[in-house]
Write a protein that binds this ligand. Structure first.
Ligand code: T5A
Length: 205
């Protein structure tokens, strides 16, 4: 059984954290070694990126990439130790938020992502897709709604769907408006399948 690198992506409030935590717990119950992680990862960079709020898009891009370069080193170690890595956001978030939504050149961001990750790609990316209004509504219930406008989040949603269409073998798009139990069922079915099959080396390590 090979260690998998799995990521969750989607707009805010899509349910990424909820499902990533559920998967991590399910893997633990099955006796499968795993590491649950997230981005932005490095605490000081996370604080600057999520709390500061007045960064230029180029500054933001470089900080996300620096964070990813550090984080990827730890992900590689975990995979080499045989741990399945469950990651809440990864390189696709930069492509979509800084590229598609903030307007930086998408192909250039793709190349920079490659530089930061050394080419490490998840074997599977679960895209939790749902209408922006529902995602923001879920956040509002926790009083966490940000200042960014609906149009921005629409670009994020469209960006993720475009990328999923570009790489259908890696992405699995899940309808995130479904009840959690349905999502968990579909997710586990796919993860179980992945765990039972061998994968190309560059995707697994
Ligand atoms: N960013 C990040 C970039 O711009 N570039 C990058 O490269 C990276 C890595 C991260 C921010 O940084 C940006 C993107 C973001 O703006 P964050 O605080 O980590 O900030 O925000 P998110 O990752 O978006 O986390 P959220 O908590 O907002 O969204 P989640 O994790 O998708 O949602 P979750 O699981 O917390 O669920 C939200 C609520 O919905 C409920 C949950 O119980 C919870 O209350 N819920 C459901 N309700 C009904 N049905 C379901 N199926 C549900 N699933 C969850």
């Amino acid at each position: 059984m090979s260690a998998l690198f799995i990521t969750f992506e989607g707009i805010e409030g899509a349910g990424k954290t909820t499902l990533a935590r559920w998967l991590s717990e399910r893997l633990r119950q099955e006796g499968i070694p795993s590491w649950l992680t997230y981005e932005p990862w490095e605490p000081r960079l996370r604080e600057v990126l999520l709390e500061q709020g007045d960064l230029q898009r180029e500054e933001e891009l470089l900080l996300f990439l620096a964070d990813r370069a550090i984080h990827t080193r730890h992900i590689r170690h975990a995979l080499a130790e045989g741990k399945t890595v469950v990651c809440d956001r990864y390189a696709d978030s930069t492509l979509v938020y800084q590229g598609y939504a903030r307007g930086l050149d998408i192909e250039w961001v793709r190349q920079l992502n490659h530089f930061a990750t050394g080419g490490l790609q998840p074997i599977r990316t679960y895209l939790l897709d749902l209408p922006v209004e529902i995602g923001l509504q879920r956040q509002r219930e926790r009083n966490r709604i940000g200042a960014e406008v609906i149009a921005f989040h629409e670009r994020v949603r469209e960006g993720f769907l475009t990328e999923a269409g570009r790489e259908p073998q890696r992405y699995l798009v899940l309808d995130a408006t479904q009840p959690l139990e349905e999502l968990q069922r579909a997710l586990w079915e796919d993860v179980r399948w992945l765990l039972g099959h061998s994968h190309p080396p560059q995707a697994a390590i």
